[in-house]
Design a protein around this ligand. Structure first.
Ligand SMILES: Nc1nc2c(c(=O)[nH]1)N[C@H]1C(S)=C(S)[C@@H](COP(=O)(O)OP(=O)(O)OC[C@H]3O[C@@H](n4cnc5c(=O)[nH]c(N)nc54)[C@H](O)[C@@H]3O)O[C@H]1N2
Ligand SMILES: Nc1nc2c(c(=O)[nH]1)N[C@H]1C(S)=C(S)[C@@H](COP(=O)(O)OP(=O)(O)OC[C@H]3O[C@@H](n4cnc5c(=O)[nH]c(N)nc54)[C@H](O)[C@@H]3O)O[C@H]1N2
Ligand SMILES: [Mo]
Length: 677
């Protein structure tokens, strides 16, 4: 018997990760049998992370939701019955119409980056919600503090090219576990290391990345702003500034200078829980090595002062003139480079609002907002929720409030999903969505500078439909007759990237943006005057903003430990938690604890512990070791609640307080105590 032929299709990884890899998807008999990295795409260079090389296990997973479902049990019980698409769409349309007739803003979309695709992301969805007049969602849950910081400082989310890190002589990896969450950057950092570069890592956790750097500084969470000010103090007092670069390309330096001079390394060392000598040494190397590059990542901005800290760090390469070289400078996000080739108005059609200005709900405070009554300040109580590309019951802070909101019997909830997540368990109607292997999409990246195209590799499985198609059909049921609701995915892809050569994009799967090699070698920031800005309108000169729940906060007496909850290597936020091979690799929900902290509490390695604060309690295993620094515990990954020992996850403990800029969440600004369970 002869094997059926294999075909290879070009795709793009849809996940919320800076790497946005180019894929080669091998199909046989309508099934995906292999997913590999494209060897020709420079950032991907033929390699994928463990998770995405298992992507076909996720797509062909036996527990995929493959037909519409209606809830028959209590919210959260996970009891559903199969219904036909026709009935599902009719039910959703009639409930949304009914709520919208009273108050369109009582309808709320809730979505994030389950797929980063522009077509299956917000294209048809926002057209739909604009026409309806639904509440706006402020999509803050990941990066808004750092994003606003970059906009204030550089004029946009822009920075170095990924590839040029290979030529750097000093790389500071700051608030990033690159091996876990930015693997393709790590490849370039390793090339630099082989060529003699020195690598520093700044992270409260001794991550696998920190272990492989030459030096690791483990500050207390949320103290990076103090560290950055002390580095500036050294650059200024030792004469390691590039005065010419500052003079021509930085505005407002004098006021920053005065502030930095208040932060000698001893003061920062006390605040950060570091040694002053280590801070001096980092400053000396940063101020005297050319080219010097910083890879900043979002881990450092999920704290009260995240925005100010990101601004201070973003100013460092402006003070030393590191930007003069293409392998010097900083990268937090590259997504702003795509602005000139996009047309958001064509894609999202804000004109469908027809002059209405709906209120905005912050996705990071969904727990509180679902529980609010109607009021003049808040507007109407949220009555209908349409969730897609997100799993808020698992990922949003302060789960007890979030769950209580999702359990409201008077709330109508629709969830578009691949799987019965913690959120889908609370839906009234679940609609089966296709995965990246089953639909078309286009992508930008926040870690490199290539536009990407994803061809569907296989037909939709079961009765699954692309998000775009689900919103198209809902629009039809609602009686929306504007021609834009009939646009195909191909048309949406063209609308998304009018500035990209579509032929090349479809053919090769990726197109590099035309950008200068060293974007700010001679200034040219995207601010109005082309300079990097110290001052930000409404915020003034950046300063150290201590954590809400830091060592000095009133809570510290009762809750002496700080807790951070960074990504687990084999999951992507809460995605992949249900893929058995990846879950086996992570084993079980856990917190890492330093041996001193464990001994003081009678906690032994592998013991079941209760982690608690005023917001809730979370049971998991303790892993004792040096990955945790004293005083800080690490609750890894966003596990699904239903896989937790007592049906909870780490967000039971996190707070809904927001960052200093961008209205972002403060996941890593969280005090707790631990006891054996
Ligand atoms: N495997 C995997 N990859 C991922 C993700 C995932 O969940 N798993 N998540 C994706 C997402 S959503 C994003 S936004 C990106 C970026 O993802 P980030 O969430 O930024 O990911 P990391 O770089 O892994 O994690 C941040 C690092 O910051 C550290 N950290 C925590 N608090 C502080 C602090 O106060 N100061 C400093 N200096 N460091 C701190 C943590 O210990 C951790 O090592 O990565 C993406 N890639
Ligand atoms: N404690 C703590 N909490 C965190 C974080 C942390 O570090 N610590 N990280 C935060 C960060 S950085 C982020 S970005 C958020 C992420 O939070 P989310 O954006 O909610 O990300 P995921 O948990 O990956 O959930 C995405 C969901 O979208 C679904 N999905 C994927 N593709 C599609 C599609 O094409 N159609 C439809 N309909 N569904 C799809 C997936 O099946 C998955 O269930 O979590 C945040 N929460
Ligand atoms: Mo994120």
């Amino acid at each position: 018997m002869q094997d059926s032929p294999l075909t290879v299709v070009r795709g793009a990884c849809p996940h919320d990760c800076p790497d946005t890899c180019a894929l080669r998807v091998t199909v046989q008999d309508g099934r995906v049998v292999r997913v590999q990295g494209d060897p020709d795409h420079p950032p991907t260079h033929g390699a994928l992370c463990t998770k995405v090389s298992r992507y076909h296990e996720r797509t062909h997973h036996p527990e995929r939701v493959l037909h519409p479902l209606r809830r028959v049990g209590l919210k959260g019980s996970g009891r559903f019955e199969r219904i036909a698409w026709d009935e599902a769409l009719a039910t959703v349309a009639s409930r949304l119409r009914e709520v919208a007739a009273r108050a369109p803003e009582a309808v709320l979309p809730y979505s994030y980056a389950g797929t980063m695709g522009l077509v299956q992301g917000e294209a048809m969805a926002l057209r739909f919600f604009h026409k309806l007049g639904a509440s706006f969602l402020d999509r803050t849950i990941c990066s808004s503090a750092g994003g606003e910081a970059l906009a204030a400082t550089y004029g946009g989310k822009i920075g170095m090219h990924l590839e040029h890190y290979a030529e750097s002589k000093l790389i500071v990896i700051w608030g990033s576990n690159s091996i876990t969450s930015n693997l393709h950057f790590w490849t370039f950092a390793q090339q630099a290391k082989r060529n003699g570069a020195k690598l520093w890592c700044i992270d409260p956790r001794r991550t696998e990345t920190a272990e492989k750097c030459h030096r690791h500084l483990a500050p207390l969470p949320g103290t990076d702003g103090a560290l950055a000010l002390a580095l500036m103090h050294e650059l200024i007092t030792r004469g390691w500034l590039d005065d010419d670069y500052i003079e021509r390309h930085v505005s407002g330096f004098d006021r920053l200078r005065a502030r930095a001079l208040e932060w000698p390394p001893e003061r920062a060392a006390a605040e950060c829980g570091l040694q002053a000598e280590d801070i001096r040494e980092l400053a000396r190397e940063y101020g005297n090595t050319r080219p010097a590059a910083i890879r900043l990542n979002y881990g450092m901005q999920r704290v009260a002062g995240g925005g100010n800290a990101a601004r201070l760090i973003a100013l460092l390469p402006c003070l030393t003139g590191a930007w003069r070289h293409r392998a010097g400078g900083l990268l937090l996000s590259s997504s702003g480079w795509f602005k000139p080739v996009r047309d958001d108005a064509a894609l999202y059609r804000p004109d469908l609002l027809a002059g209405r200005r709906p209120r905005t709900i912050n996705m990071s405070t969904i727990g509180d907002d679902l529980l609010r009554e109607s009021s003049p300040e808040f507007g109407p109580r949220i009555e209908a929720l349409v969730v897609y590309n997100s799993n808020p019951v698992a990922v949003a802070p302060e789960s007890a409030r979030v769950v209580k909101g999702f359990q409201r019997e008077d709330l109508f909830t629709v969830v578009l999903e691949h799987f019965m997540t913690d959120t889908a368990d609370h839906a009234d109607i679940v609609l089966p969505a296709t995965t990246q292997l089953e639909h078309l999409d286009v992508h930008l990246s926040y870690g490199h500078t290539y536009a990407m195209w994803n061809h569907p590799a296989i037909q939709p499985l079961g009765e699954a439909k692309p998000n775009s198609q689900i919103f198209r059909e809902l629009a039809q049921r609602m009686g929306y007759t504007e021609p834009c609701f009939a646009d195909s995915d191909e048309q949406l892809a063209r609308d998304a990237f009018p500035g990209i050569d579509q032929e090349a994009l479809r053919r090769d799967g990726w197109v590099k943006l035309p950008l200068p090699e060293a974007p700010f070698a001679d200034g040219g920031f995207l601010t109005a005057d082309g300079k990097a800005h110290v001052d930000a309108p409404g915020y003034g000169v950046p300063d150290y903003v201590p954590p809400h729940e830091g060592v000095g906060s009133p809570l510290a007496a009762r809750y002496p430990l700080a807790m951070i909850s960074p990504p687990a290597r084999n999951f992507l936020n809460s995605s992949f938690v249900n893929v058995a091979s990846l879950r086996d690799a992570e084993r079980e929900p856990l917190v890492e604890m330093h041996p001193h902290d464990a001994a003081a509490r009678g906690v032994v390695d592998g013991a079941l512990v209760e982690v608690f604060n005023d917001r809730g309690r979370y049971h998991c295993r303790a892993r004792i070791g040096e990955r945790a620094r004293p005083g800080v515990i690490n609750g890894l990954g966003v596990w699904w609640r239903k896989f937790g020992v007592r049906g909870t996850n780490v967000n039971e403990l996190t707070s809904q307080r927001l960052t200093d800029m961008g209205r972002g969440p403060t996941f890593y600004d969280c005090r707790v105590e631990v006891r054996p369970a």
